[in-house]
Design a binder for this molecule. Structure first.
Ligand code: ARG
Length: 607
């Protein structure tokens, strides 16, 4: 960990302990960014109150006890009792060079979190025989990024794709599939246009509702057979689910999502446990019959009328529901997967449902206080009309078509701006930029905030967008290429800089010492200080579960790089300065592409 502010904290705590007594050592030193120095410490105000001193005197007491030798060049008390600190340039250089070595080992390398956790992340979770909508797209993208950040910090992450693969519609879907023939063109819709498949089954079902031995009746019998464990029906169901997995995997692969079939733990996998789960809750007095249905009434949830809100766990017809299955997921994740943190990356409209489930699970003792369960709420993605994004016909938007359009639009831009690149190079860049833009748009807004899906905005080359950050990285690549050191920095793989390089940039050919970065100009210093925030930023993403903080970090990194490059010549500088600045460029590139990698976004070779 090379973050100056964090390294200063224990020294401030020691000073507070000396000045005010050991019992204050753990007090928050309140370290904040400062307008007038590198950071400021604001702890004196609160401590002054406790000690009955004027705040500036309290600040003076802290400063007197503060040992910042070799770390700060100036310590000043200002205003009501702020302590302003300016870091020693040599210290910043040391930290930056350590950072450079760390990043050279791997673009995403950081110091592991102090207490690594076992985290279950439930995300994506689309439904069989239904189109994945933009809401699913967003939980998929946000979930996959959280997973990557947590893993980079040393957590053990267990991905759970809780697909909707069970319940009453499956009678109808199976019957329809058998009728049209599993190999028919209509059956292929399951992979190509799942909504259309579903609609066709539904239409048949509705049209035969009153027909005693018609489709609807057969569909109902089929559900009974499926739930009753009929082998033949079960086998058909398995084949049907397998088709849907092909559809999900096509989307995951287009998006570069790390989910595989191994991460699927769908609703069906909990079915065998539901009866016993209900019985247990009933026997322990945590659930009771209300209007024929077995319900829990977790404390703190009331309806509009002020009456306690029920979580139905067994319907009056004996069937189980979404809530029952979710209770089973918690029990399984705590007991069998041994999670100490469980994240539900799920649409915001399901918040009440998930909180009721969590409260019931706490009451039942299935979710002990030592285990944190969080609903990472995913806000809706809206169309230009401010309503949930729909296609012109009003049907759900086809996700694959949406992704293709993003790539096509990126392609048009790259064709116009870089005609000298080969056809293949332009195709690769267009895919990276188009997909990256869609993912970045999902990630850069607070995950619970709704946003309007707008191709022009997400593909813009300015502002906090994917293409802007990618462009900054591509630009650094081109600088390093011109200097003839790109291969050394990226390990020659042409993609994300990573690999075996243990040095910054080798100075004089093979085996030469790493080039040290000198931090001299203000723009170099600003860039250096920001680079030293990479670790801290990832830790904030981990604590707050907010990938948008990483986007904000990368956006600022891209901007600071641009300022640095405007103000500090690199290729034209005399040799020692040039080598140092190239090493700084290399570090900036590594953290830009490493950060993008943790967002699940690729770094284009050329742009
Ligand atoms: N399949 C659900 C849907 O499409 C999402 C499931 C989220 N996960 C969960 N454990 N409830 O809305």
């Amino acid at each position: 960990m090379n973050n100056p502010a964090e390294l200063v904290v224990p020294r401030v705590q020691a000073a507070i302990a000396t000045a005010f007594g050991e019992e204050f050592r753990q007090a928050d030193p309140v370290v904040r960014p400062s307008q007038f120095a590198d950071i400021q410490i604001n702890a004196a105000m609160a401590l002054a109150k406790k000690a009955g001193l004027p705040p500036r005197d309290a600040a003076a007491k802290i400063v007197e006890a503060l040992n910042l030798d070799g770390i700060c060049t100036s310590v000043e008390i200002s205003g009501p009792g702020f302590i302003n600190l300016s870091f020693d340039g040599t210290w910043i250089e040391e930290l930056l060079n350590a950072e450079s070595v760390q990043a050279a080992s791997k673009a995403t390398a950081v110091t592991p979190a102090a207490t690594p956790q076992r985290v279950v992340v439930d995300y994506s979770s689309p439904n069989v025989a239904k189109e994945m909508h933009v809401g699913h797209l967003r939980t998929t993208v946000v979930g996959d990024s959280l997973v990557k950040v947590l893993e980079a910090l040393g957590d053990t992450v267990i991905r759970q794709n809780h697909i909707g693969d069970w319940g009453t519609p499956f009678g109808m879907l199976i019957e329809h599939w058998l009728e049209i023939g599993e190999d028919s063109p209509e059956a292929a819709l399951l992979v190509e246009d799942p909504s259309a498949f579903y609609q066709a089954a539904r239409a048949k079902f509705d049209a035969s509702a009153t027909d005693e031995d018609g489709f609807a009746t057969r569909a109902r019998l089929r559900v009974v057979a499926l739930q009753g464990g009929d082998t033949e029906t079960f086998a058909v169901w398995q084949r049907l689910v397998a088709q849907s997995k092909r559809y999900f995997n096509a989307i995951y692969s287009a998006l570069g999502i790390s989910l595989t079939d191994d991460h699927i733990a769908g609703e069906s996998s909990y079915d065998a446990h539901l009866a016993q789960l209900c019985q247990e809750l009933e026997e322990r007095g945590l659930a009771r019959i209300s209007d024929g249905a077995l319900c829990t009434f977790p404390a703190g949830f009331t309806g509009r009328d002020g009456e306690p809100l029920p979580l139905i766990i067994r319907k009056s017809d004996g069937g189980y529901g979404y809530g029952t299955t979710d209770l089973a997921t918690i029990r399984y994740r705590v007991r069998d997967l041994a999670a100490n943190r469980i994240l539900y990356v799920v649409g915001a409209p399901q918040n009440v449902h998930l909180r009721m489930v969590m409260t019931t699970a706490r009451d039942a003792g299935w979710l002990p206080d030592t285990v944190q369960a969080v609903h990472v709420q995913i806000g809706n993605v809206l169309g230009e009309d401010g309503k949930i994004l729909k296609s012109r016909s009003g049907a759900p938007v086809k996700l694959m078509a949406l992704l293709e359009e993003a790539v096509d639009r990126a392609r048009a831009v790259i064709d116009a701006s870089r005609p000298e690149l080969s056809e293949d190079e332009r195709a690769v860049t267009a895919r990276q930029v188009g997909i990256g833009a869609v993912k970045y748009a999902d990630l850069s807004t607070g995950h619970e905030t709704e946003y309007v899906f707008d191709f022009d905005r997400m593909l813009a080359l300015s502002g906090n967008t994917g293409p802007y950050v990618q462009y900054a990285a591509a630009r650094i690549r081109s600088i390093l290429r011109k200097a003839g050191v790109l291969e050394q920095v990226t390990g020659g793989d042409g993609g994300t800089p990573a690999g075996t390089q243990a040095t910054g940039i080798a100075a004089a050919g093979e085996g030469g010492p790493a080039t040290a970065i000198a931090v001299v100009e203000p723009a170099e210093r600003a860039l250096a200080l920001h680079l030293l925030e990479f670790d801290a930023t990832l830790n904030k993403v981990r604590d707050a579960l907010e990938p948008h903080r990483l986007c904000g970090y990368l956006f600022e990194l891209a901007q600071l790089f641009t300022t640095f490059y405007d103000q500090c010549p690199v290729l034209k500088a005399e040799e020692s300065v040039r080598d140092s600045r190239l090493a700084l460029c290399a570090l900036a590139l590594r953290r830009l592409s490493g950060g993008l990698e943790l967002l699940g976004i690729e770094t284009p070779e050329n742009m």
